[in-house]
Design a protein around this ligand. Sequence first.
Ligand SMILES: *Cc1c(COP(=O)(O)O)cnc(C)c1O
Length: 433
Amino acid sequence: MVKSFTKSTQLFEKSKKVLVGGVNSPVRAFGSVGGTPLFISQAKGAYLWDEDGNRYLDYVGSWGPMILGHAYPSVIAAVQQAAESGTSFGAPTAREIEFARLIQQAFPSMEQIRFVNSGTEATMSAIRLARGFTGRDKIIKFEGAYHGHADYLLVKAGSGATTLGVPTSKGVPASFTEHTLLARYNDLAQVQQLLEQHRGEVAAIILEPVCGNMGLVAPQGPFLQQLAELAKAENVLLIFDEVMTGFRVAFGGAQELYGIRPDLSCLGKIIGGGLPVGAFGGRADIMAHLAPEGPVYQAGTLSGNPLAMAAGHAMIQALAEQKPYSQLNQTAKIIVDGIRERAEQRHIPMVAARLGSMFSFFFTDQAAVTNYDEVQQISADRFKVFYHGMLEQGVYLPPSPYEAWFLSTEHGEAEVEITLSAAEHALDLVKKS
Ligand SMILES: *Cc1c(COP(=O)(O)O)cnc(C)c1O
């Protein structure tokens, strides 16, 4: 099965002349796996087609939103219908209320909600609000967690939990990250230590309750519950960044799964049904500090956009009706167990991590991967070989060893079969490499 990438290669060259690096978001450039990014022409169900006409079984799912598969009929119809009535008004609409109420059914902790246009906007606005509400400047985040690209959140690496953060991007003044404290995920003692050191200065702890941006790293044992209790005892706000996990690990996200009621929550990805939507919300007394009711400013020309609201509403409605989570769970388990067994048969050391329909395969001889330090010990070279082996067989994975795979309800038995037989081929290549 030799594929031609002629058109994608030509488009990539052309694109680089006008778009930086040929892409509009860095990971799309295939930097960590090498080769040419595929230019996608269309998608349906579990499949993508590139400009050369190759078909791929898709495990990126637009980085999470496509939980019901691509081009889901009721979402497409909702967008088309909404577009007929105008694409933006810059004024309130009934749709926003309906959609907010639908989200509340899944996330009762979001007593009041504000819609924005991306996950990045949701987290940066939630943090501004937490700072405005508490009158404190510092936040705690975890190493390896991604909360969008706001200046002071681009800190993840290095200096250990007890020192101040160092920016991982040029263009971020060190003074902008001086209020960002870093802790190791799954390490409650470090958080405790930071809170003691900075007593009365920390506005909030923000976290991906289940990490998906360093590969899938799940909370260990009672970590989340203990963290929530600690935050409460120290009078620090708890912000769940559920941009990835919301409507993914359960209908009500990680907070439903683990029975935790965070003070503030951030959503994105799935709630837009593929259109750009983010949201943040939480305790009414905190949200009341947001403009126009309160002094914390936040705004957006296209926030609550009618097309985006229509798409999101159709998506969440479909999820509410179908409750596909146990089916997704089962299929994901078969895939993950299947790939793990095939790696074992070949004596390839690998950690297979899964939570619901998100999963990752780490090429490492560690027994488990529970934090960013451990994630960094994986073999990027082996992943590269595996990646291209899968691609040759028509399976499109996130082009980075630090991203989770996302399953959709359109991945059925035939797709499991395709995946496992592709994995045999790809793992044979890894073995030989
Ligand atoms: C994707 C993601 C974001 C950023 O969302 P954008 O829509 O890309 O700005 C924030 N937090 C988490 C956990 C994410 O996975």
